[in-house]
Write a protein that binds this ligand. Structure first.
Ligand SMILES: Cc1cc2nc3c(=O)[nH]c(=O)nc-3n(C[C@H](O)[C@H](O)[C@H](O)COP(=O)(O)OP(=O)(O)OC[C@H]3O[C@@H](n4cnc5c(N)ncnc54)[C@H](O)[C@@H]3O)c2cc1C
Ligand code: SF4
Length: 567
């Protein structure tokens, strides 16, 4: 690209970040013919071509899938993520590559490459309902959402059809059904638990997870070059079938095919340029990560999709005479009311039944128990609630006593164990002003950009949620006849849930929020934020489907406003 002339550096839209949400922005704008620049700080990762481990057998890995101790020790933060293993470590940011300042412990898990963390995610996708959108208005913690379910429902449908979401129409009001492809199956023990819970409790449900896997390819998926998920369960390596949704397998190549996308990897966005005379943003400053050269790019509309924490960083670093505390930050709340999901609790047990059955093959999914606490009314001493996973499996127990042929024989012919069952909590945390991210006053990264400082912690509400999860699930497991029930508090720091949200929240009132109902900065209308940073509250669902739907909705609005010459 000739970067000498300003006109070559001028686009209609700039998208910052090419991950889960940025991919959607790229797709939406280019599909409608808008000249779009996608800026990505990391390297390019092309579908299939750049999945080096995707077809490797377990024995082909030098360390049989694990990472050497020295790699784990050098990366204590990344190592706490279950997917940071030999087959996918190349998609993770290493701890020492991109430091940040933890005022309080925060495990920041990142993927800096085209596709971002969409390559690595666990693909669980649930819609929000009005019970979630109305949460803050009902109990007064955090501000009211400026939208309701009806505003986003058509956009959920829109992204689900394209991405391919497998699920069952369960008819649960607090977890609205979507445009589902064929559901995966619960195991016999999971079905048994489902029936038992339904019998024992009025409003508790056990369902098969809803996940972004093409179980039944439709023409729109074939057109993307994707095909049926083979249940390999090796998704974090990148899938040669395009069986799961990632920006790399779906939105980015789709945008590329239109001929309207310019994708610029190795482009670290430093800040957004605000023009005082025009009263709007006119472009972005980018630092080429290799040459360290700063280059300016210009556009009418800017979408910030750098993932929640980096989006906060970019806006905080976008200072001007008009916005000395960061772009759009008139009320001083940018970076504040940061929240996440409480993933600290696990419970496990055994079931001494269904001995005639076992599992066969793998299933890249699990069971799901939607939130049942405080849904319709406040019924506990804590606010909001939690969802949980539920899965079961059988493994082989091996007798490791003995020597020689006898031992070999025992190792080869293990005995099937009892069914093992387990759940993990997914608790809503309440956004608070005291949970914030900010720019460090002195420390900078290698491109001269201030380091991000995180000051985020659990509170008493999170402890109560954890206690209730343990009590309720112990009761539910006991009623189902499960034995050997064990609870475990991992005490993990916030962040490891990888559902970081807030700091640039949506709201009705510019005095208490940063973004309006269309994800536009109240004070700088041609800048949109549609990743996790925009979230007013967190509810309990896995959040990415909501980021995708909000992105497609905001892009549609932006294009209409551009046509009307309002932007
Ligand atoms: C192991 C794992 C499991 C997960 N499981 C689930 C799940 O089951 N369900 C779910 O909903 N979510 C899940 N997530 C979370 C999900 O991946 C994220 O919510 C989602 O990827 C966020 O999308 P995003 O566009 O905000 O950010 P990302 O996908 O991270 O993309 C952001 C992009 O912006 C780029 N970028 C950052 N800063 C800059 C800058 N200054 N300049 C230019 N580019 C920049 C990054 O390099 C990156 O490519 C999981 C994540 C992981 C890692
Ligand atoms: S489980 Fe499906 S999506 Fe995952 S790697 Fe296998 S085929 Fe691909």
């Amino acid at each position: 690209m000739n970067i000498d002339s300003a006109s070559d550096r001028t686009f209609e839209v700039i998208v910052i970040g090419s991950g889960m949400s940025g991919g959607w922005a790229a797709k939406e704008f280019t599909e409608k013919g808008l000249k779009t620049l996608v800026l990505e700080r990391g390297r390019d990762v092309k579908h299939n071509k750049d999945y080096p481990t995707t077809n490797m057998n377990p024995w082909e890995f030098e360390h049989r899938g694990r990472l050497p101790l020295e790699v784990e020790q050098a990366n204590p933060i990344a190592s706490r993520c279950y997917a940071f293993r030999e087959d996918a470590a190349h998609f993770f940011v290493k701890d020492d590559e991109h430091p940040y300042v933890q005022e309080k412990p925060f495990d920041w898990i990142r993927g800096y490459q085209v596709g971002g963390k969409s390559l690595l995610w666990a693909r669980q996708t649930q819609r929000w309902s009005d019970f979630d959108f109305e949460g803050p208005a009902r109990d007064g913690f955090a501000v009211d959402w400026p939208i309701r379910y009806k505003d986003i429902a058509p956009w959920y449908s829109y992204v689900e059809k394209f991405a391919g979401i497998s699920g069952n129409k369960d008819g649960i009001p607090e977890l609205p059904d979507g445009e589902f492809l064929k559901p995966m199956e619960l195991t016999c023990v999971e079905k048994y638990f489902k029936e038992n819970v339904a019998k024992e409790y009025k409003n508790r449900h056990v369902i098969i997870g809803r996940c972004a896997h093409v179980t039944d390819p439709q023409p729109i998926h074939i057109e993307q070059g994707r095909t049926k998920c083979q249940h390999r369960n090796l998704c974090q390596r990148g899938c040669p079938f395009g069986g799961y949704f990632s920006s790399n397998s779906s939105t980015i190549p789709w945008a590329e095919k239109t001929g309207h996308m310019t994708l610029r990897p190795y482009s670290v966005v430093h800040s957004i340029i605000y023009d005082e005379q025009k009263g709007k943003a006119v472009g972005v400053r980018v630092i080429d990560s290799h040459s360290k050269e700063m280059i300016e790019y210009y556009a009418r509309v800017i979408f910030v999709n750098a993932a929640a924490l980096n989006t906060n960083l970019v806006l905080l670093n976008s200072t001007s005479h008009r916005f000395p505390k960061g772009l759009g930050n008139d009320n001083g709340l940018l970076g504040k009311y940061f929240a996440f999901h409480n993933y600290r609790g696990r419970i496990s047990a055994e079931y001494d039944g269904f001995k005639e059955f076992t599992t066969d093959g793998t299933r890249p999914n699990g069971g799901y128990i939607p939130r049942f606490r405080n849904v319709r009314k406040q019924e506990t001493d804590f606010l909001r609630g939690y969802a949980a996973g539920f899965s079961s499996f059988r493994s082989k127990d091996h007798d490791t006593e003995g020597l020689g042929t006898d031992l070999k024989d025992k190792l080869l012919h293990g005995k099937l164990s009892n069914w093992k069952v387990g759940s993990h909590v997914m608790g809503e945390t309440i956004p608070k002003e005291t949970n914030y991210v900010a720019l460090d006053e002195t420390k900078k990264d290698e491109w001269g950009i201030p380091l991000l400082k995180t000051s985020v912690d659990y509170d008493d509400n999170d402890e109560k949620i954890l206690k209730d999860f343990f009590e309720q699930f112990t009761e539910m497991y006991t009623k189902a006849g499960f034995t050997n029930i064990k609870t475990h508090d991992s005490k993990q720091a916030p962040g490891l849930d990888i559902h970081e949200m807030g700091g640039v929240r949506m709201g009705k009132d510019p005095k208490t929020s940063l973004l309006n109902e269309w994800n536009q900065l109240h004070a700088c209308k041609n800048v949109f934020v549609t990743d996790g940073a925009c979230m007013t509250s967190t509810s309990t669902q896995n959040p990415s489907l909501t980021y995708m739907a909000l992105t497609a909705r905001a892009a549609d609005y932006a294009m209409k406003e551009m046509t009307k010459k309002n932007l």
